[in-house]
Design a binder for this molecule. Structure first.
Ligand code: FE
Length: 359
C-alpha cells in the first residue's frame, strides 16, 4: 500500500480510500476492556509468536491473520483484562510463553512498564513511524493506535460555538447540563493526569471541581451510557472516547449528537486529549527479534490502517490516512504532552478527583 505523506500535523490528513480496510467489517464492537477471560493460547506453528492482549479478539485477529499471511509467522494469543494479563506475566516470570503484551491506555501501559515486564525496543522504524509523545521515553511500550477523549454534545440543544475547551465545561453556562463517566475509569484518570501535566495540580483541581458542580446526573458507568443520557435529555454534553461515538453512529440512524474538538486555540494545554492502544516486548520473550519485527510491522502501512480502522481509531503513524468514517468527524490538533505522564500522574489524579468530589 502506498504511503501518502502529508505535511501538516497528525490529524490534518487528507482522507483516502483504504483498500485494505475494505476487507474488515467495521463492526459495532464490544468494549476493548470487557474481553471475556479466554486464557487459552490459540493456533500453532513452527514460526510463531505469542501475544497476550486485553484488546478483544475481533479487534486483533484480522491484524494477526494479515501478519501470518504476509510473513508466515503465526500469532498465538490469549485475551483477558489488562490487570489479569500483567499479573499472569509476572507470575509466569522467565517461563512465560508470551512475547508481546497489547493493551489500551498509556496509564495501563505505564503500569505494566513499572512492573518490569517489558524490555526496551531499539528500532529506527518505530522512532520514524511513532511520534515521541505516543511511546515510552525508553520505548518500553509503543502506541499502535490513537483515540481522542473529546466533547460530545446534543446537536438539538448545544450550539458548538459555545464550546471551546475541557476547562470551559466548568463554566456556569453548563450548570446542570454536563455528564461525566465515572472517575474509576482509567480513561478519566489519564485525562485528569494530563490536566495536571498541563496546568499543575491546583488549577487542575479547580477545573475538575467546576465540572462536578455542573453535573446533571451521577457519573455514568460507561461512555455509551453517557451518550444515551444526552439523547434522553438528561444532560446536554459530556466527554467520550471517539470510537464509542463511532459505534453508536453505526447503530442509531440520525444520531442527535456530534463531537467537538476542544483546546484548539488555547496556548496552555493545547490540543485534544488523546490516548493509545499500545504494545511492549516482554522482558522474558524467547523471540525478541521476531517480537520487535512484529511491532515494527504493526506501525507500518497496512497494519496501521487495519489496527486503527477496526476500532474506528486513528493510526499513530501520521503518514497513514484515517478511516473515512473517522475522518468525517473532522480534523484536530492533538495534545503533544508525552503520554508517559498519564501513568506518572495517575495517583495524583485519583486523589485529586476524590478531593473534588468526582465519584
Ligand atoms: Fe474503551
Amino acid at each position: 500500500m502506498k504511503v501518502i505523506l502529508f505535511k501538516s500535523s497528525l490529524f490534518k490528513r487528507v482522507v483516502q480510500a483504504l483498500p485494505l480496510v475494505g476487507v474488515i467489517v467495521l463492526m459495532a464492537c464490544s468494549d476493548v476492556d470487557k474481553t471475556e477471560p479466554n486464557a487459552e493460547v490459540k493456533a500453532n506453528s513452527n514460526q510463531s509468536l505469542v501475544v497476550y492482549s486485553s484488546r478483544s479478539e475481533h479487534l486483533i485477529k484480522p491484524v494477526f491473520d494479515l501478519y501470518a499471511e504476509q510473513t508466515g509467522v503465526k500469532i498465538k494469543y490469549a485475551t483477558d483484562k489488562a490487570g489479569v494479563l500483567i499479573e499472569r506475566i509476572k507470575a509466569e516470570g522467565e517461563h512465560t510463553p508470551a512475547d508481546v503484551l497489547i493493551t489500551v491506555d498509556a496509564g495501563t501501559l505505564g503500569y505494566a512498564a513499572s512492573q518490569g515486564i517489558f524490555q526496551a525496543v531499539d528500532s529506527d522504524i518505530i522512532l520514524r513511524n511513532v511520534p515521541a509523545h505516543l511511546r515510552d521515553a525508553n520505548n518500553l511500550w509503543i502506541g499502535l493506535s490513537l483515540r481522542a477523549r473529546t466533547i460530545v454534545y446534543s446537536t438539538e440543544r448545544v450550539n458548538p460555538k459555545q464550546l471551546s475547551s475541557y476547562k470551559a465545561l466548568g463554566d456556569s453556562r453548563w450548570h446542570g447540563k454536563l455528564c461525566l463517566r465515572t472517575s474509576k475509569k482509567v480513561y478519566n484518570q489519564s485525562l485528569v493526569a494530563m490536566l495536571i501535566s498541563a496546568y499543575g495540580e491546583n488549577k487542575a483541581q479547580t477545573i475538575v471541581e467546576s465540572w462536578v458542580a455542573n453535573l446533571a446526573i451521577d457519573p455514568t458507568v460507561n461512555d455509551t451510557q453517557l451518550m444515551e443520557a444526552i439523547i434522553a435529555g438528561q444532560c446536554d454534553l459530556g466527554l467520550v472516547n471517539s470510537y464509542y461515538f463511532g459505534r453508536l453512529q453505526n447503530k442509531v440512524d440520525d444520531l442527535p449528537l456530534a463531537l467537538f474538538w476542544p483546546n484548539q486555540t488555547e496556548s496552555v494545554a493545547s490540543g485534544v486529549h488523546i490516548n493509545v492502544a499500545g504494545a511492549g516486548v516482554l522482558k522474558y520473550s524467547k523471540n525478541v527479534d521476531q517480537a520487535k519485527a512484529f511491532i515494527e510491522w504493526l506501525v507500518s502501512d497496512d497494519a496501521q490502517s487495519i489496527f486503527a480502522g477496526v476500532n474506528q481509531e486513528y493510526p499513530v503513524n501520521p503518514a497513514i490516512p484515517v478511516d473515512p468514517q473517522v475522518a468525517s468527524w473532522g480534523s484536530f490538533n492533538d495534545s503533544k504532552l508525552p503520554l508517559s505522564n498519564a501513568y506518572k500522574l495517575q495517583p495524583a489524579a485519583v486523589k485529586l478527583m476524590d478531593r473534588a468530589g468526582y465519584k
